[in-house]
Design a protein around this ligand. Sequence first.
Ligand SMILES: Nc1nc2c(ncn2[C@@H]2O[C@H](COP(=O)(O)OP(=O)(O)O)[C@@H](O)[C@H]2O)c(=O)[nH]1
Ligand SMILES: [Mg+2]
Length: 365
Amino acid sequence: MDIEKRIKEIEDELKITKYNKSTEKHILKLKARLTYLRKQLDEQKKREKKRISKEGVKKQGNARVSLIGPPSVGKSMLFNRLTNAKSEVGDYAFTTLEVQPGILKYKGAEIQILDMPGLIEGAAKGRGNGREILSIARDSNLILLLVDVYNYNLDIILKEIHEFGIRLNKKRPKISLKRTERGGIKIASTVELKVSEDSLREIAWEFGYRNAEILIKDDISVEDFLDFLAGNRVYIPAVLAINKVDVADEDSVAYLKKEFSGWNPIFISASEGTNLDALKEMIFEKIGLIRVYLKPQSGKIDYDAPLILRRGATVEDVCNSIHRDFSKKFRYAMIWGKSVKFPGQHVGLEHQVEDEDVVRLVIRK
Ligand SMILES: Nc1nc2c(ncn2[C@@H]2O[C@H](COP(=O)(O)OP(=O)(O)O)[C@@H](O)[C@H]2O)c(=O)[nH]1
Ligand SMILES: [Mg+2]
């Protein structure tokens, strides 16, 4: 029987199996098998030819953002507003058929935005070029989810994204696994776990492990563990924007605010330009971009040309982004800004910089 058919069967069985103490184990087993089969299907699909050429979507700039949403919510209009590029806007459902790259310039950073065809139900299985869209989204630093005040069915979009192995606004759970020669499946954890070790062992068994040492450092769920064993999951931050506020009344805005409170959504109008600066700021912030200004030996600081780094970057990263040899010749750095206690403080390579720090690198001649 082919994989898709087996997946369908297990999905159906899961749907009709009621959860209780006596079926708990069986459900777990089905879920594990399902994840395993989906993984195999994924690998099979990956071997099939891609339809959207990767030519037009070379990575560019300091980060990449994918615009994902249902058709006709205003993705292309927003894209045109945010970037220097032009994408076709239309009244019918599939105006945008190709991936369209553009650059958003903000606070000295160049952020690549990708306008995408609308994502529809069945996308993860390949409908409407879904797998191409999602595989580009997988390779992004941020996913900008866009819906509008008429069409705010996010569930389908989220389901497709999830099915494709993308996890939004979530940290990768800390789990490691080492195959061993004997001793069965051993599980150790550094925190108290809500799931039973037995269940985890059972799942690992379904994935074909017989002898292994598994170390868990987070209070994981069964889903987290399945994700870990399936592999190739990506964890990407996401922002939700709700478009076309220009045609919404107060009540519907209030309703949507409540409906999506977990997302802390931003209400915008691409056509009127409402709230777009706030959206840009959200994008910059959520990717975790920071600016660092270099203070040269002599001359002025160029505030128009910051180094763009990621949150958590160190002085060593500052060195490396200037020149490969810089960190070898490094003596110390002086810093003015949020990351230090007093202006001009001397720090070493491992010191973490923060947004808008001014850095002077002192190197050996
Ligand atoms: N009222 C209003 N209409 C918009 C807005 N943004 C886009 N539209 C309209 O929505 C339709 C679909 O826009 P488009 O950008 O092609 O959507 P896409 O399919 O998501 O790329 C077009 O008729 C746009 O003029 C907005 O902010 N307000
Ligand atoms: Mg479009």
